[in-house]
Design a protein around this ligand. Structure first.
Ligand code: ARG
Length: 460
């Protein structure tokens, strides 16, 4: 494509290091669409004839049909998807194919194709996360009353409901969705027509190609247009943060599925067995989601470091932008799908959760609060009294509400038998009815609002 200036062809090493076709062939649909929008505009602007444009567009359709049927051929000499398509077009329709590259460069071409690809990836992530939210809300609604231990430091802290716990992940997925949606708004401008870096002398209409490709308009600075990969970084940042959330959810399932916890039975469809230990049912899907998040964060780091310090405008380093984005996108899609299935199909062992909440002195705060409210004791003192009660119960291996009143009164005479009502895990969760609290009625309110937000119901 640049042979005119060169006496000798590239070495084998040059051809290999230069070739992006092994990965950028994934952009073929975007490349064809952008080329068709471009040639249509060239004809409307009188830069090529309508007849030539029609031949080129028809040829591009034929190339697309071949790619669809047989895949994109990988010839390193043709370097990338743009040259592969143009070269095949020339084979099919002859020298008129050479008019397609008027008033553009591969620099604006790849920036356009890649934006289109990333825009789809953002839409897909958003859609996948919505499905995850639907699954979370469904299970949270079922379990608005199911009591489990709530943890801090992974130590039993206060009783919560499983519905409340699941709705925490609904919130995270919602923020992730908004990050993708927000990034999409910011990136939806067309770089096509920025040409190599400085714009073009041909009378192109960048608004027309922008509209044809579903962009809100053209970008406003040609140098920025060909050198900007913020859209890919925005995608990776949103993907990385999302993957952290998925990894945390996966970790919950891994812990809950362990025998000492026994809070959940994982769906067979998302577990594996052991070839040596017949009793094993391993949470491999969840572990891989946890592992994939590390790789996704690595993809973000990779592109950030690629872009760091690049002067304007295009540099070939930027060809390395695609593998991390493609990798992150496929890992993220799989991770979202795996966690959606896990949430939807897991069998929660609510009796085990409840028993664990009753065992771990989870209502100690309720005893302290009761002392504050009923006996007008300052909280710090109440905290101390409660600590003594927990110590006594622990030494006897019983729950707080199994301590006889006499023993409680020996610790502090101001305690009376009304305290038992506050010590049950049910009373504890029901009392936490502050906005966003774990009380079953609060959880039901949040679930109802979420169902409306997700379009599952019209009004709460
Ligand atoms: N394969 C290249 C990439 O992905 C296309 C742009 C090449 N531009 C250039 N001036 N060599 O970045």
């Amino acid at each position: 494509m640049w042979g005119g200036r060169f006496a000798n062809g590239p070495s084998a090493i040059m051809r290999e290091i230069n070739a992006s076709i092994p990965f950028d062939k994934a952009l073929w649909r975007q490349d064809i669409a952008a080329s068709k929008a471009h040639v249509d505009m060239l004809a409307v602007q009188g830069i090529v004839t309508h007849d030539d444009a029609a031949q080129i567009a028809g040829g591009l359709d034929r190339v697309a049909a071949e790619y669809e049927a047989d895949g994109v051929p990988e010839n390193w000499d043709l370097e990338d998807i743009h040259m592969t398509t143009e070269s095949r077009l020339a084979e099919l329709i002859g020298p008129v194919a050479g008019r397609l590259h008027t008033a553009r460069s591969r620099n604006d071409q790849v920036a356009t194709d890649f934006r289109l690809w990333v825009r789809d990836a953002m839409d897909q992530a958003e859609l996948g996360l919505k499905q995850l939210q639907v699954a979370l809300v469904g299970r949270a609604g079922e379990h608005a009353d199911s009591i489990m231990p709530g943890f801090t430091h992974l130590q039993t802290a206060q009783p919560v409901t499983l519905g409340h716990h699941l709705m925490a992940y609904y919130e995270m997925a919602g923020r992730d969705r908004s990050r993708f949606a927000d990034a999409r708004v910011r990136m939806n401008r067309s770089p096509l027509g920025a040409a190599a870096l400085a714009g073009t002398g041909f009378p192109i209409d960048r608004f027309r190609t922008a509209e044809a490709l579903g962009f809100d308009g053209p970008t406003d600075n040609s140098l920025d247009s060909v050198s900007d990969r913020d859209f890919a970084l925005d995608y990776l940042m949103a993907a990385a943060q999302c993957s952290l959330h998925l990894s945390r959810l996966a970790e919950e399932f891994i812990i809950w599925a362990s025998q000492p916890f026994g809070f959940v039975t994982l769906p067979d469809s998302l577990s594996t067995g052991s070839s040596i230990m017949p009793q094993k049912k391993n949470p491999d899907a969840a572990e891989l989601v946890r592992g994939h998040s590390g790789r996704i964060v690595g993809c973000l780091t990779s592109l950030m470091i690629t872009m760091k310090g690049l002067p304007l405008a295009y540099s070939k380093d930027m060809q390395d932008d695609k593998p991390p984005v493609f990798e992150a996108a496929s890992l993220l899609a799989l991770s979202i799908a795996a966690m959606t299935g896990m949430v939807a199909e897991a069998r929660f062992r609510t009796e085990r959760m409840r028993a664990a909440a009753e065992l771990g002195y989870a209502t100690a705060t309720d005893l302290a609060d009761w002392l504050v409210r009923q006996a007008n004791i300052p909280f710090r003192e109440a905290h101390h009294i409660t600590g003594s009660a927990v110590k006594l119960a622990e030494s006897r291996g019983v729950a707080l509400d199994q301590l006889p009143l006499g023993d409680l009164q020996a610790i502090d005479a101001r305690i009376d038998d009304r305290v038992y009502a506050a010590l049950s895990v049910d009373a504890s969760v029901a009392s936490r009815a502050s906005h966003g609290g774990t009380a079953p009625n609060e959880v039901r309110k949040r679930v109802a609002e979420a169902r409306v937000a997700l379009g599952l119901e019209e009004t709460a």
